[in-house]
Design a protein around this ligand. Sequence first.
Ligand code: FES
Ligand SMILES: [Fe+2]
Length: 364
Amino acid sequence: VSILDRTLPAAEYTSAGAYERERDTIFGRAWQLAAFSADLDEPGRFVTATLGDREFVVARAEDGRLNAFHNVCLHRGAAVASGAGSRRTLQCPYHGWTYRLDGSLYRAPGFAEPPAGVRLLQVSVCERPPLVFVSPASDPPDFDEQFGSLFQYLDRQGVDLTAIAAGSARQVRQFEMAANWKVVVENSLECYHCKVAHPGLADTLDLDLYEHRIERWWSVQGAPMRATPQRAETALGTAARTAAAESGGFDFSRFVFLYPNLFLEVYPGTASFATLVVLPLEMGKTRSVHTKFVLEPMSDDEEHEWSAFVDQVIKEDVVLCESVQRGLRSGVIERGILNLDGGGANEACIGHFDALVAEAGLPP
Ligand code: FES
Ligand SMILES: [Fe+2]
């Protein structure tokens, strides 16, 4: 596994050319989280997903097979589906061309026979319950080769994502930042900044015991929760801490990263996890979508404390990411300097991510 000791060149975070290149070399190939299994559990169910500037529709066909397509009508290009739901066919809202859930064209108004051979353009799909990934590539990377070891790791840790996702309703938070998507990913790949920038988080996790594990296509960082009572005003509250102290297997917070843009956050306390997807909107604009699942209904207090805690950390991070983006635009920094070896929380997982981005291709 290669790990860079500098960040990528500043232009990689600020130039339109880099953004266009990554659209093909990274997001045109990589597996990206597009849906959750629960939304596709029966024939007829479909989900749409906008990933970067590409739109997809994932559907469970009559024969039970999961298919994924570019959400682009072959007539003149409108999106054939929106939102999610359950249907036998997908009808484009523009001129009414209608497609079966296997992608084939069923009806085109005004045509005696629908034009031959026209079907929604298929993309690769991989379901690893409770997660459904798509890749626009016709020859995508081998999913198991990239992430099989990660799901084994979660099993060994006793984290059953499927069971947790089958629990109560999910909470979704979305937030946008004026920063390049890699700045946002890098921010979540290190807790070196936590002591200074997140007093509440630093008072909740024991940052001196922070650990990192780096594999070929994924990494994990985490630390146990502090047993000491809270001092910082923005630390995780008492009900959530008590639940964590009383639960056996979830005493460790883990932030798992799956290249290129997905985090799985596993929390201590009432069994829960969240997905965080980092979506590039423009070169200097990113949307993060945070979806939290909880196995059993939490007490109102615990839920309220977790929400306040997560919202506070997000608020603090947004300011920092936007500040970094302005700094990179200024031309003062050529490449950032990474703390790879510091004890406790360091920046090794950034060095790993940046090496993977560089491997996908940098300009000569
Ligand atoms: S663009 Fe879809 S029917 Fe015309
Ligand atoms: Fe942060």
